[in-house]
Design a binder for this molecule. Structure first.
Ligand code: SAH
Length: 357
C-alpha cells in the first residue's frame, strides 16, 4: 500500500462541483451570488430528485443564474464510455467518463426485491488486495460526493428504473474517502434528495479499523460489509496487505462495535480461491471466528483476473464450504455470479479499457 495523500477536496478542474454540495452549502452559494434562497431548493431538486443531466433541463431556473453558476462551479455529469449487457441476466456494467478524463465503472443489477446499483468510490484503489483488478495500478484519486451520486442518477436515467438499493462495492476503498462518503450518504438518504432508506445502502470495506469505529459513531442505519476473505491472520495477510496494518482480531472487534452501536446486521464477504482459503479447515476456522456474531457470510467464488493466478473452486467445493458453515448455524449465501460474462468483478472493465488504450 502506498502512502500518497488522497485529496478529499471537492473541486474538479479547479471549480467546486455543484452536485457535491449539500443543500445548506448550495443555499449559501446561491445567496452569495445575489439570488433568493428558494433557487437553491429548486436547483437541488433538479439535481438530486429529478436527476437532471445538465442546466438545460432546469426549465424554471433563469438563464442568468445558470450562466453565473456555470462560471463558478463545475457540474458533474457522467458520460457513458461503454456499456456491457449480460446475456445471462439483466446485469449491465457501465464505464463512465469523468470530467478530468478518468474512467470508473458501476453496475446495475435487477433482483426480485428491486434494482440495485454498485458504485465506485475512487478511481482505482490503493489497498492492494491480491485478487482484485481495481488495485493493480494503485489509486488515481477519490471520487467526489456528486460523482458517487451521479453513478446512480445516470443509471436510473438510462435504464428508466427506480433504484431502490445501493452498494458501495465497486472500485476503491470507501473508508479511504471518508469525508466524501459521509456527504454522499447524507445526500442520498436525505429527504430533500433521492430519500433512499439508509437500510438499503451497504458500504463494503477491506477493514480500516479506526474508520469502521468512526462510522459506527455516526449512528446511521446503513449496512456494513467487511471483506474478510480468510479466517486467520496469516492467510489474510497473504491476500490483503491491509491485514499487515490491522490484525484480524481488531477488525472483528470493530465490526462487533459497529453492530453494538447501530444494530445493523453484518455481512462478511469471503472470496473463495481454490486451494487458498476454501478447505474444510478454513470453514471450521471461520465458524469459530464468527461465533456469536449476528452475521451473514457472502461467499464469492473468485472472479479470475488475467493479471493473477487465482482460480475459483468447483461448484461442488463451494457448496461443501457453504454447507459446513450452515451446519454450524451461520447464515450463508453464495453470491450469484451476476454478469460473469461481462467483466463482472471489481475493476475488470476499466482495466480492459486502460489496457486497450
Ligand atoms: N474496497 C472495498 C470495496 C470494493 S471491492 C472492500 O474491500 O470491501 C468489493 C468486494 O469484491 C470486496 O469484498 C472485494 O474483496 C471483492 N473482490 C474484488 N475483486 C474480486 C474478484 N476478482 N473476485 C471476487 N471478489 C472480488
Amino acid at each position: 500500500m502506498s502512502n500518497e495523500i488522497i485529496s478529499d477536496n471537492t473541486t474538479i478542474n479547479a471549480l467546486p462541483d455543484i452536485k457535491s454540495m449539500p443543500l445548506p452549502e448550495l443555499t449559501e452559494a446561491v445567496v452569495s451570488l445575489g439570488e433568493p434562497k428558494f433557487r437553491a431548493k429548486q436547483l437541488y431538486e433538479w439535481m438530486h430528485k429529478k436527476m437532471a443531466g445538465s442546466y438545460d433541463e432546469m426549465t424554471n431556473i433563469p438563464k442568468s443564474l445558470k450562466e453565473k453558476l456555470s462560471n463558478a462551479y463545475s457540474f458533474t455529469s457522467l458520460q457513458v464510455v461503454d456499456v456491457q449487457e449480460s446475456k445471462l441476466d439483466e446485469t449491465k456494467k457501465f464505464l463512465f467518463g469523468l470530467s478530468d478524463g478518468n474512467v470508473i465503472e458501476s453496475v446495475f443489477m435487477k433482483y426480485k426485491f428491486g434494482c440495485s446499483v454498485c458504485i465506485s468510490s475512487q478511481v482505482g484503489c490503493r489497498m492492494g488486495c491480491r485478487f482484485c483488478a481495481s488495485t493493480i495500478d494503485g489509486v488515481v484519486r477519490s471520487l467526489l460526493p456528486g460523482e458517487m451520486l451521479d453513478q446512480i442518477y445516470a443509471i436510473s436515467r438510462i435504464t428508466g428504473q427506480k433504484i431502490s438499493h445501493v452498494v458501495v462495492m465497486g472500485s476503491g476503498e470507501p473508508l479511504d474517502n471518508y469525508d466524501n462518503l459521509l456527504k454522499f450518504i447524507r445526500m442520498l438518504t436525505g429527504e430533500e434528495g433521492m430519500n433512499m432508506s439508509q437500510r438499503n445502502l451497504t458500504v463494503s470495506t477491506c477493514g480500516l479499523v479506526p474508520k469502521i469505529r468512526e462510522l459506527a459513531g455516526e449512528h446511521f442505519s446503513i449496512n456494513l460489509a467487511l471483506s474478510l476473505h480468510a479466517s486467520n491472520q496469516e492467510k489474510r495477510q497473504k491476500l490483503m496487505p491491509i491485514a499487515n496494518k490491522y490484525e484480524l482480531s481488531e477488525v472483528i472487534d470493530a465490526c462487533k462495535f459497529y453492530f453494538d452501536e447501530t444494530g445493523r446486521q453484518l455481512t462478511f464477504e469471503y472470496s473463495l480461491v481454490a486451494g487458498v482459503n476454501d478447505t474444510a479447515e478454513d470453514a471450521a476456522e471461520l465458524v469459530d471466528l464468527l461465533k456469536g456474531l449476528n452475521a451473514i457470510v457472502n461467499l464469492i467464488p473468485v472472479n479470475p483476473i488475467k493479471e493473477r493466478n487465482f482460480a475459483a473452486p468447483t461448484r461442488e467445493n463451494a457448496l461443501a464450504f457453504k454447507n459446513k458453515l450452515e451446519k454450524s448455524g451461520i447464515n450463508v449465501t453464495i453470491r450469484r455470479e451476476m454478469g460473469r460474462d461481462i467483466d463482472g468483478a471489481c475493476g475488470q472493465l476499466r482495466r480492459r479499457h486502460l489496457n486497450e488504450k
